[in-house]
Design a protein around this ligand. Structure first.
Ligand code: IPD
Ligand code: CA
Length: 330
């Protein structure tokens, strides 16, 4: 049991604080973007594991700002952040409230000026994601969610919040062939990974009547370049499914809460899905799932007279996992 007890009211005030912090961080992200786009110098951009795994001075500055603000306001909370983790600060997960933060999700987009970039602020409590804020300062879109209290989108600082998903009731999803699916290339570019992913993408998109064996002919595939925004778009209902191998808890923690509160269903790897899908653990985001680095999320699907929404989500994930292949993470 956690020593620090959080009530629903506490979570609401943590959400207000996080929204404010996301807006302040968003201003710094925009300032950084202007600086990066106005110079041809690449000196602010560094490589992490390889030449497509990038970090800028602004990833570190935003994380420092966020970490400091959290420390001041919630000195007893733990903190996991992408850049702190990269520089060796890797605290184990405990039951206590823990902010799980990606200061800039979509760093490659940030560098290129492609406006799908966000800050992702998640809170883990009792080892489960319970609160999420995802803010894209380029589009001024704020996604928020608290476990048990719904999730929302606010477009523009003065607009009213819209409950997610935007479609009410949620639309049906008869099969993968009707789906708009987000996938990502990620930064693991080993032959085995790229070949396996490419074959999976080919099967999802390809026409079985025109030579693509087991092709599903999905409506299309998208890569926004930000795991957090992919989750947010699934919550919204603009994407039907998002699948990725290789991202980290800070990429998905906030998105998990926002998607689940919008009726989305989150699961993990092929084996995680296989071992939980017919049990009461189906759709429960455990620590194993959160840290498992393999994620699939399906948007809300309304119940019909013949099938419950959760059964439709299970059926869609089953069809999806029969079409794509798993691959090890590095
Ligand atoms: C990355 C983005 C990308 C996903 C990678 C993440 P970053 O995060 O979310 O969409 O494919 O797995 O690492 O590096 O931009 O924070
Ligand atoms: Ca990042």
């Amino acid at each position: 049991m956690p020593n620090i007890k959080l009530t629903e009211n506490d979570l609401q005030s943590i959400l207000s604080f996080s929204v404010e912090l996301a807006r302040t961080s968003g201003a710094l992200i925009l300032e950084g973007s202007a600086a990066i786009q106005s110079t041809s110098s690449q000196s602010d951009i560094s490589e992490k594991n390889n030449s497509v795994d990038l970090v800028t001075e602004y990833d570190v500055r935003v994380e420092d700002l966020v970490k400091k603000s959290i420390k001041e306001k919630y000195p007893l909370f733990n903190f996991i952040g992408e850049e702190s983790y990269s520089s060796g600060n890797r605290p184990p997960l405990t039951e206590e409230p823990t902010f799980c933060v990606d200061p800039i999700d979509g760093t490659t987009n940030f560098i290129h000026g492609f406006p799908f970039v966000c800050i992702s602020l998640g809170l883990i409590y009792d080892r489960r994601p319970v609160l999420g804020v995802i803010y894209n300062p380029f589009l001024d879109q704020m996604y928020t969610g608290i476990r048990g209290q719904g999730s929302f989108l606010q477009r523009g600082a003065t607009a009213s919040r819209q409950r997610l998903p935007l479609a009410s009731p949620p639309k049906p999803l008869p099969s993968l062939s009707q789906a708009l699916i987000a996938v990502e290339w990620g930064s693991d570019r080993r032959k085995v990974t790229i070949d396996t992913k490419s074959q999976s993408f080919s099967r999802l998109a390809g026409n079985p009547a025109q030579g693509v064996e087991d092709g599903k002919m999905a409506h299309s595939l998208r890569s926004l370049g930000s795991a957090a925004l992919n989750f947010a778009l699934v919550a919204q209902g603009g994407l039907d499914i998002y699948w990725e191998i290789g991202c980290w808890p800070w990429d998905v923690c906030a998105g998990i809460v926002i998607a689940e509160e919008a009726g989305g269903l989150v699961s993990g790897s092929h084996s995680f899905f296989a071992s939980t899908s017919e049990t009461e653990r189906f759709g429960v985001v455990t620590e194993e799932l959160l840290t498992g680095r393999k994620y699939i999320v399906v948007r809300a699907i309304a119940d019909t007279s013949t099938e419950r929404g959760i059964d439709a989500q299970r059926r869609i994930i089953k069809e999806f996992y029969e079409s794509v292949q798993d691959v090890d993470t590095t």
